[in-house]
Write a protein that binds this ligand. Structure first.
Ligand code: ADP
Ligand code: MN
Length: 439
């Protein structure tokens, strides 16, 4: 199947299905057309050729009319020209006109080309075109349906995941638990391999695989979390976008490790491989533990969950020197009577230039959730902020409170500018360095 054959006036193998085989005449195809088609890059031509589907449709159309109509045909007495021109449908514009972007995309052609350039000096009737479109769209739909779980999983990622199974680290990857904007999470059964020889730890029976999406768009607005985080600052500027995404995975690993050490209920890190983080699965029998958002708790449990959350936030701040920065009922799971913290790739130290603002936002989410959930004991967002940070901001309205927070951040920044990394004394920083990661 060779679309070039249609364009080519020369008989020969390249024109296997084209009219040239029939006529061998140049008359139906102008020399100008040939020059233009000939000037296409080989890649573009390859793409055109590769679209077998379209070629087949065209062939059917052509075969019908080939002999009589193409023999002796020239642009002026083109039999199609004498017929009324069908009203062009949305994405189809007739001979010699530009094909719309959508059509070009569908044809996988790298730039805008005219039908002439494609070597199609005939009118492609709308029904043929529409039928091609429909069949193609059905195929795409089917493909999309199958690939929802694999959206972020490009072939390289799939290979890395496959290697995890092949090495015995994982037994099977059962399916996708969640597809978010920035990551896709899979469930897997752990293999029998030991992953840390010294401690002789075994892989948990059930694992979660968080694959950070390697498409960059979603991560652009997250720059502020990482580029001002001193732990990553020096490296940030030197990195290409792919590596920045790996850094998110790495950051989640470091943060989870700190939390684990402090005894905060959270997934245990098993392995980090590029942008893929394998951790223990919070849940049972492939069913992930429900988010606080989803679970229906009794008022007693709700109160219990609230006090646990308050304690977790304090531990996170004081023992891990971290602010979650995306804390809400969506990132807290309820499992075995406990609140578990997840999703900490964006978590920062309190000394981050916006660390306290992030903490305030977390406090607002938590406070609102539990207050709405009927927990009378739940502190207001400002009280919670003070209870977690140990700061004593006395402002009695939100605007002033935030202004004080920003003033503190500013003071700390100035202090850091003067004294290097050392945070101002009002912001505790135990200087706990991140755990170095060796691949
Ligand atoms: P994001 O919100 O950025 O997509 P999360 O880390 O919050 O990424 O993961 C998305 C969802 O996947 C969570 O809401 C949770 O339902 C599930 N999930 C993530 N990690 C685990 C885990 N370790 N165990 C069980 N479920 C998990
Ligand atoms: Mn999340």
């Amino acid at each position: 199947m060779d679309l070039v054959g249609v364009a080519s006036p020369e008989p020969g193998p390249a024109a296997a299905w084209g009219p040239s085989k029939v006529s061998g005449r140049r008359s139906w195809s102008t020399p100008a057309l040939v020059t233009r088609a000939g000037s296409l890059g080989s890649e573009q031509l390859a793409k055109v050729i590769a679209d077998l589907m379209l070629a087949q449709m065209l062939q059917m159309e052509l075969t019908k009319n080939m002999t009589a109509q193409l023999t002796g045909r020239n642009t002026r007495d083109d039999p199609y020209d004498s017929k009324p021109v069908p009203t062009p449908k949305k994405d189809f514009i007739g001979k010699g006109k530009m094909i719309s972007h959508q059509t070009i995309d569908e044809c996988s052609i790298g730039r805008r080309m005219t039908w002439d350039e494609l070597g199609m000096r005939f009118k492609l009737s709308n029904h043929v075109f529409q039928s091609y479109r429909e069949r193609r769209s059905a195929r795409l739909h089917e493909k999309r349906r199958h690939s929802t779980a694999e959206k972020a999983v490009d072939p390289k990622t799939r290979l890395l995941m496959y290697k995890m199974v092949n090495s015995g680290m994982l037994e099977t990857i059962t399916g996708c638990i969640s597809t978010g904007k920035e990551s896709v999470v899979f469930h897997a059964y752990g293999g029998s391999m030991e992953y840390e020889k010294e401690d002789s730890k075994v892989i948990p029976t059930e694992c979660a695989i968080k694959v950070f999406k390697t498409t960059l768009n979603e991560f652009k607005n997250r720059d502020k979390y990482i580029k001002d985080d001193f732990r990553f600052k020096d490296r940030f500027s030197k990195l290409n976008p792919r590596k920045i995404i790996r850094m998110w995975a790495e950051k989640e690993m470091h943060n989870l490790t700190r939390m684990q050490r402090a005894g905060i209920p959270c997934p245990t890190v098993i392995l980090l491989k590029k942008h893929i983080l394998v951790m223990s699965f919070i849940g049972h029998d492939q069913v992930p533990a429900p988010k606080l958002k989803e679970v229906k708790l009794s008022s007693e449990e709700m109160k219990e969950a609230y006090y646990q959350t308050l304690h977790l936030m304090q531990q996170l701040y004081n023992e891990c020197t971290l602010v979650h920065a995306d804390l809400s009922e969506y990132n807290m799971l309820w499992h075995a009577g406990k609140v578990w913290l997840i999703d900490v790739s964006q978590s920062v130290e309190p000394t981050h230039p916006h660390g306290l603002e992030f903490l305030f936002r977390d406090c607002r989410n938590v406070s609102q959730f539990f207050q709405k959930g009927g927990v009378k004991e739940a502190l207001s967002e400002r009280e919670l902020f003070n209870a977690v940070s140990g700061l004593n901001i006395s402002a009695d309205n939100e605007a002033d409170f935030l202004a004080e927070i920003e003033a503190l951040e500013k003071m700390n920044e100035d202090h850091v500018q003067k004294n290097g990394r050392k945070a101002a004394s009002f912001l505790k920083d135990d200087g706990d360095p991140p755990v170095p990661y060796d691949e």
